[in-house]
Design a protein around this ligand. Structure first.
Ligand code: TA6
Length: 300
């Protein structure tokens, strides 16, 4: 019979484990533990706010100052940006509404090896000025890596044009010791220069000031090399032509209410989606999939 206690008599942790509980702000959340990792997912925005391999620091960054309130986005983890990215001339608010909607847990599965998968659904959108009729699903798999998939199903009789983005916040040891690899020779729109179109010249992008760039027509993976944590994080994606890189640095950080003034040193956003020139045009009744796999290894 399997040993249920450690040598020192402590109850042995059993995996996988999924607990449904009230999280911060009493918002419902799933706490997941697998043989390799732990994760937390809030139904609010279907937001993964925590992923950590047992032998590594957390992979996802969550601001100490984040709100946890029904009408507010959570600052950190993986916000789901849909159906528009950034500010839109004729729509309210920044980054769409999916991140402030309460999603429903539809399914949860535990694999024989201990991996955990959950399927969440956003309450269906009826036709509205903001968005044609559609249904959204989000699938999250937690094992030695974190895999997320956003599925958009058009319920509209019209062509549905939208943007989507998995706006991932990564924990880094020290932003000054980070380089981002995989975007050399890729064009980007510089949000700090009126969306001016430029071309990335560096093989390894270092961050030493505010950065807010939308790299376009780039389906390839990106690696975040963190010399301080001695960790390489790999961002692999399917169904995504845009990669956004963001760090607010000193001045902008001070203007963001739900973000600590010094927190820019411990995070970088490397986001996977389809925005601006890469926005999606979905034919009536069609489905689009955006899938991202986040994995990490010791820096070689
Ligand atoms: O993805 C980068 C960006 O669009 C930045 O311009 C910055 O505004 C960031 O998103 C955060 O947006 P939020 O609405 O979450 O404050």
């Amino acid at each position: 019979m399997a040993k249920t206690r450690t040598k020192s008599g402590e109850p042995k942790a059993t995996f996988p484990r999924v607990t449904f509980l009230d999280g911060r702000g009493d918002l419902p959340m799933l706490e997941i533990a697998t043989p390799w990792s732990s994760a937390e997912i809030y139904l609010h925005g279907a937001q993964v706010t925590h992923f950590k391999k047992h032998d590594e620091p957390p992979l996802l960054f969550l601001s100490q100052c984040s709100c946890f309130a029904a009408d507010q986005p959570i600052r950190g983890g993986i916000p789901i940006i849909f159906p528009w990215f950034g500010k839109s001339a004729d729509k309210p608010g920044q980054h769409g509404f999916a991140r402030v909607r309460d999603w429903e847990l539809k399914e949860m599965a535990m694999a024989p090896d201990g991996a955990v998968s959950v399927r969440l659904r956003m309450p269906e959108c009826a036709d509205s000025p903001e968005c044609p009729a559609c249904a959204l699903e989000y699938r999250v798999t937690v094992d030695s890596a974190l895999t997320v998939e956003l599925i958009v199903m058009s319920r509209s009789g019209q062509e549905f044009v939208f943007e989507n983005c998995l706006h991932t916040y990564f924990t880094v040891g020290d932003i000054g010791a980070v380089s981002i690899v995989g975007l050399k020779a890729v064009d980007y729109l510089d949000q700090l220069a009126g969306f001016a179109r430029k071309t990335e010249t560096r093989g390894a992008i270092r961050i030493s000031s505010e950065v807010d760039r939308i790299y376009v027509d780039t389906p390839q993976p990106v690696e975040i090399r963190d010399e301080s944590l001695r960790r390489a994080v790999r961002v692999e994606k399917e169904g995504s032509a845009s990669t956004v890189v963001w760090n607010p640095w000193i001045t902008k950080s001070k203007t963001i209410q739900d973000f600590g003034d010094e927190e820019y040193q411990q995070m970088v956003c490397v986001e996977s989606g389809n925005v601006t020139a890469n926005k999606i045009k979905l034919a009536p009744g069609q489905t689009s999939r955006l899938k991202v796999k986040l994995s990490s290894a010791a820096l070689g």
